[in-house]
Design a protein around this ligand. Structure first.
Ligand code: PAF
Length: 280
C-alpha cells in the first residue's frame, strides 16, 4: 500500500497504474466498519482503490469539533493495509489549501445544501462539495463511494458531479449499524456507555415512522412532531425529524414515491444523524 501526502505523489503513483478503473473512498479517518464497507465495495467494483484521509477544517463551523475530531492515523493505515487498499492519500491542510482557507474558490450546491443539516450548519455542504471536488480532481476516479448514513451529503455530491459534468459514478453504500440499530459514526466516540444505549432510540424512531408510512399514513408533520417529542423525552436535543422526497430533499409532493426519513439530534457531546428509506 502506497501512502502519499502530496498531490504530486498521488498523481505519480496513480499514473503508474495506467488506464485501470480507479475508485475513491473519501474519509476523514478514524475508520470504522462503515468505512471498511465502503472500501470493500470499492475493491469489488474497481481495479485500483484509493482512500483519502483528510480532516477538512472548512466543513466545521465555529464551535464545532474540528480540534477534537478523533485522529487515529496509525490505526487507520493498519486497517487499510489489511483491507488491501492500493493507495492512501493523506494531505495536510497546507497541501489542500496552499493559499489559505478563506479566499478559496468554492462549490455551492444551492437548495440541497441549504436545507436540513445545511440550515443548522451554514456553509457546511459548500465546504464538503469543495473538498470533494478537489479530491475528485486530484485522484480522477471512475467511481467514488460514500455512506448513505450521510444521505444529504450523498445527494449534494451527486448533484455537484452531475451539474459540473464530472465523469464520476457516485455510489451510495448502505449504512452499517451496531446491533442496537445505531448507525456507525466516528462521533459515536463522544457517547458515554449510557448514552450509547440511549442513542439506539434515534434509529428506532425513524423505523416507527417508516412503518406508519408503509401502512398508509401520509400525515408527515404529525409523524415528525410525535417523533421529535419521543426523542426529546429520551434525552435528545432534536434539530429536525423530517420526511422528504429522497432525491430532492423537498417536502414530499404527489410524484414523490421514494421518500427518506431523516433526523439530526444531539445526545450529550455528539451530534447524531440518521435516515431510513421508504416507498409509498
Ligand atoms: O463524510 C466525510 O467523512 C466527509 O464529509 C468527506 C466526504 C470525506 C469530505 O470531507
Amino acid at each position: 500500500m502506497e501512502v502519499a501526502h502530496r498531490i504530486v505523489e498521488v498523481r505519480t503513483t496513480l499514473a503508474g497504474f495506467g488506464g485501470h478503473a480507479v475508485g475513491l473512498v473519501p474519509t476523514m479517518g478514524n475508520l470504522h466498519e462503515g468505512h471498511l464497507e465502503l472500501v470493500r465495495t470499492c475493491r469489488r467494483q474497481c481495479d485500483v482503490s484509493v482512500v483519502s484521509i483528510f480532516v477538512n477544517p472548512t466543513q466545521f463551523g465555529p464551535g464545532e469539533d474540528y480540534a477534537n475530531y478523533p485522529r487515529t492515523l496509525d490505526d487507520d493505515l493498519a486497517r487499510l493495509d489489511e483491507a488491501q487498499v492500493d493507495v492512501v492519500f493523506n494531505p495536510d491542510v497546507q497541501e489542500m489549501y496552499p493559499a489559505g482557507q478563506d479566499d478559496h474558490v468554492a462549490v455551492t450546491v444551492p437548495g440541497l445544501g441549504d436545507t436540513l443539516c445545511g440550515a443548522s450548519r451554514p456553509g457546511h455542504f459548500d465546504a464538503v462539495a469543495t473538498v470533494v471536488a478537489k479530491l475528485f480532481n486530484i485522484v480522477q476516479p471512475k467511481h467514488a463511494f460514500f455512506g448513505e448514513k450521510d444521505w444529504q451529503q450523498l445527494a449534494v455530491i451527486r448533484a455537484m458531479a452531475r451539474q459540473l459534468d464530472m465523469p464520476i459514478d457516485v455510489v451510495g453504500v448502505p449504512t452499517v449499524r451496531a446491533e442496537s440499530g445505531l448507525a456507525l459514526s466516528s462521533r459515536n466516540n463522544y457517547l458515554s456507555d449510557a448514552e450509547r444505549d440511549r442513542a439506539a432510540l434515534l434509529n428506532a424512531t425513524l423505523v416507527d415512522i417508516k412503518r406508519a408510512i408503509s401502512t398508509g399514513s401520509q400525515r408527515y408533520s404529525e409523524l415528525e412532531s410525535q417523533a421529535a417529542t419521543l426523542l426529546t423525552d429520551g434525552g435528545f436535543d432534536v434539530d429536525y425529524v423530517a420526511v422528504r422526497d429522497a432525491h430532492r430533499l423537498c417536502e414530499p409532493h404527489s410524484a414523490s414515491t421514494d421518500l427518506r426519513i431523516l433526523a439530526a439530534a444531539r445526545l450529550g457531546r455528539a451530534r447524531l444523524i440518521d435516515n431510513v428509506g421508504v416507498d409509498r
